[in-house]
Design a protein around this ligand. Structure first.
Ligand SMILES: C[S@@+](CC[C@H](N)C(=O)[O-])C[C@H]1O[C@@H](n2cnc3c(N)ncnc32)[C@H](O)[C@@H]1O
Length: 320
């Protein structure tokens, strides 16, 4: 897909309904030969709207019209380009734990969690957040309400646990682990949140504060080479869970298949929360019509689809 089409698709499929500013910027870039020529100076894997717009936010672009964005971006292009060459899209969304929790509740605890593609590891704290399902069903950590409240609407009656399962061990792998105690890493994470989504930005800061009190053990590496060692190091008396969320799309199909083979051979449960189309083997048994899957994530346990979800954990459709 050429860069113009990439930005058009981003505007029409991802940004529409989520961020008016990014929708306008995406459509603006798609029609702007001068700005497209600048973006095309980046390697192909670095031209994504989320990366270029995230870098612009990091550098202080004022949220506003496309006209003001393009003026600002042309003047600041060398700095945007440098950042887009060094950073990657590593959006870490604690909200995704709201769609993972019902699956964790199906397992016998206590639980040992290993996240591959963990970013800063904020999804490793499902036991430290509060949840509100369908505006009426609260779940709180053992020691009371959390400063992070994750709201999720559901259909299909997901089996919500009576209490949040205890997590006794948490570890993660990332090609570039972000450090919740590093101000620059946190600023980068904040810049990846879309402009109007102030509530998500505040939730991110609150989740970072929680993680800072007990930082996760994150190792740098490729998930395919590192996951087996991490599973070997977990405590004996816990139920091992390897999970990932919005990660396998970064891998080539052969590397995805290698990971699936590896994780199925390890002594652990496997929870995946990936976009439709990312793990075709899992999608193959979905009964949901194609038009109702568009833009959704498939939440699966041990290779079996259990639910469809929205990308940031805003909703969960439990499957029969
Ligand atoms: C979009 S972020 C998702 C972070 C987190 N799982 C969440 O849901 O909030 C994807 C993460 O996967 C990491 N990643 C991509 N390919 C990877 C690989 N081959 N091995 C390890 N991590 C990888 C990226 O560096 C990035 O931090």
């Amino acid at each position: 897909m050429d860069t113009s089409s990439k930005y058009r698709t981003f505007a029409e499929v991802e940004a529409q309904g989520n961020s008016e500013i990014y929708e306008e910027w995406g459509n603006g870039v798609a029609d702007d030969l001068e700005v497209l020529a600048l973006i095309d100076r980046l390697p192909e894997t670095r031209r994504q709207p989320n990366l270029v717009f995230g870098a612009s936010q990091y550098l202080g672009v004022p949220p506003g019209s496309y006209k003001s964005f393009r003026q600002w971006a042309i003047v600041n292009w060398p700095k945007i380009e440098q950042l887009a060459r060094t950073r990657t899209t590593q959006t870490n969304e604690a909200g995704r734990t709201a769609v993972l929790l019902p699956l964790l509740g199906l397992l016998t605890g206590p639980i040992s969690l290993i996240e591959v593609g963990a970013s800063a590891g904020l999804c490793l704290y499902p036991d430290r957040y509060s949840y509100l399902y369908d505006g009426r069903r609260y779940l709180h950590p053992e020691d009371g309400p959390s400063t992070v409240l994750l709201e999720c609407t559901t259909t299909g009656h997901p089996p919500l646990p009576d209490r949040i399962p205890a997590v006794v061990h948490r570890a993660g792998i990332d090609l570039n682990p972000l450090n919740v105690s590093d101000a620059d890493d946190v600023r980068w994470l904040e810049s990846l949140v879309w402009p109007e989504q102030e509530q998500r930005r505040q939730r991110l800061r609150a989740a970072v504060d929680i993680a800072r009190t007990n930082p996760p053990h994150l190792i740098r590496g490729d998930l395919n080479s590192a996951v087996a060692d991490l599973v070997e190091q977990v405590p004996q008396d816990a139920t091992n869970v390897v999970f990932h969320s919005a990660v396998l799309n970064y891998l080539a199909p052969t590397a995805r298949e290698e990971f699936i083979q590896t994780v199925r051979s390890l002594p652990c449960h496997w929870i995946a929360n990936e976009g439709v189309g990312v793990i075709p083997k899992i999608d193959a048994v979905l009964a949901t019509p194609n038009e109702q899957r568009t833009g959704k994530f498939v939440v699966s346990l041990d290779g079996r689809p259990k639910a469809l979800a929205r990308g940031h954990g805003q909703s969960l459709e439990w499957l029969r």
